[in-house]
Design a protein. Sequence first.
Length: 532
Amino acid sequence: MMSDTAKSGPIGSGAPSAAASRPSGRALGRTVALVALVMIAGCSDGASPTLPEPDVPDGATLELATSSEFVFEAGSTAPEPIRVRATVDGRALTGVRVRFELPSHLGRLSQTTAPTDSDGWAETWILDARPGTGSVVATLGEARAIRDLRILRAPGSVEIEPAAGRVGRPGFTPPDSIVRARVLDTEGRPMPEEPVFFAWAGEERVGVDTTDADGWAVGTLGPSPLEAGEWPVFALLPGRPINDVDPRVTAAVARRLVVVAIDGLPAEALESLPLPTLDRLATEGAVALRMRSIEPTLSVPANLSMLAGEGPESHQLFSEELEFTPEMNRLDPLFRVGLRRGLSTAAVLSDAGHLARFDDILECRLAFGFDRLLSAVPESGAVVDSALPLLSDDGPEMIYLHLSDPDVAGHAEGWGSDAWRDAVTRTDAELARLVAALPPDAVLAVHAAHGGGGAFGRFQHGSTAPADVEVPLLLYGAGVAAGTVLEDVDLLDLAPTLAWTLGWAPSERWRGAVLLDGFGGTRARESGPKIP
């Protein structure tokens, strides 16, 4: 018998036998795998090998889900897909591949080949659509389906022309009141005849405009909000998201506030007495010669009403007896608003006046926002002496002074008496020292809570007679329009006006108006009902 070695041929001959040249089963499998890899590697562009297309039966048809012209806006994905159904003899063709074609100038397709599902449907989406007309063509073998397209120009952006950045005053028309916005389509070209709506936190005088041939629309802003701040201006297209804003900035007219309440000073005093300081304030500032006080025209109710921005029906004090009432905790007084906003406050009171009990009633003092309280002897000069150090650079931002000399003299000697006249002129002279020391960033408000010598006699006040009710108001300092005469002013207008000078919107509880006309503007609408 020939050995296995002999079957392989002579040693060293280099020629394998026929048996040796046939690969074993395992070797054959490896060979087929290698051939497959070579074939894959040899595919053009590195793509996967093309799988054989399923046979498309003769008579196959394609039918559009919707055959009407497809009209939509450019700029994004079409609102619905292009769908076709493949059938033959009324039966759905499953798993066959439908080809879709779209002109490149109209965008691109999510897929150019799509297999049909179990019901014969195949679909594709139009992406990054661009304006124009054309068709999507679907093919399956010899079958074709065509969906006509009309892609409309569409707004792509609204760009607001930046304002100059000038700072305005709260409640005033901003310096940059004209807003220009340009509408561009998805291709970056101007779009005419587009409605643009302008909006911001304030009022608009022209709130809607239509773009011109260059895509520009123009809006006009009215008064800004009464609060100082940065207020974004919007240019909007109906039904489209906001994509640009441009701010308008408003700032307070003052950083500090000095309020001087003179008791027992009727309006006629400014007309009948030589009062150089008050005359100067009226000439260089704004004056309401006949502001209306509240009823009853008494020191405690009137002064508390001015501070609270609300009348006696809110704080529940109707007499000259100062006491704490539970209703005071529900108020929103001017000076307490200042404390809440981080400012420091102080009051300087005559220890002979009706408000002197603030020093004794801590709850009442805190309710009205007096962080610091100084009591002076009953003479205007002493009150001013105590107040002057508070006007230093590091002094409180809000100061309240109560000068009671005219009221004390009126009760003792009668309104119109020599003693009363001396008290008024002396108070005017002491006030001059306060005006001279007033910081340039401060607003000074001088007012009377009530007059005197009215219907209850020359030694009293509290009636509704003009001598008791009509009192002066003078505004002076930062931002005040010199020489302005204010008409139709109430005592309750003072709190919202003084808050406005510091950049604050009025409290919702306050019932007065903001006297913007004292600062060169138009009086703001009231935050509550006027006094009857």
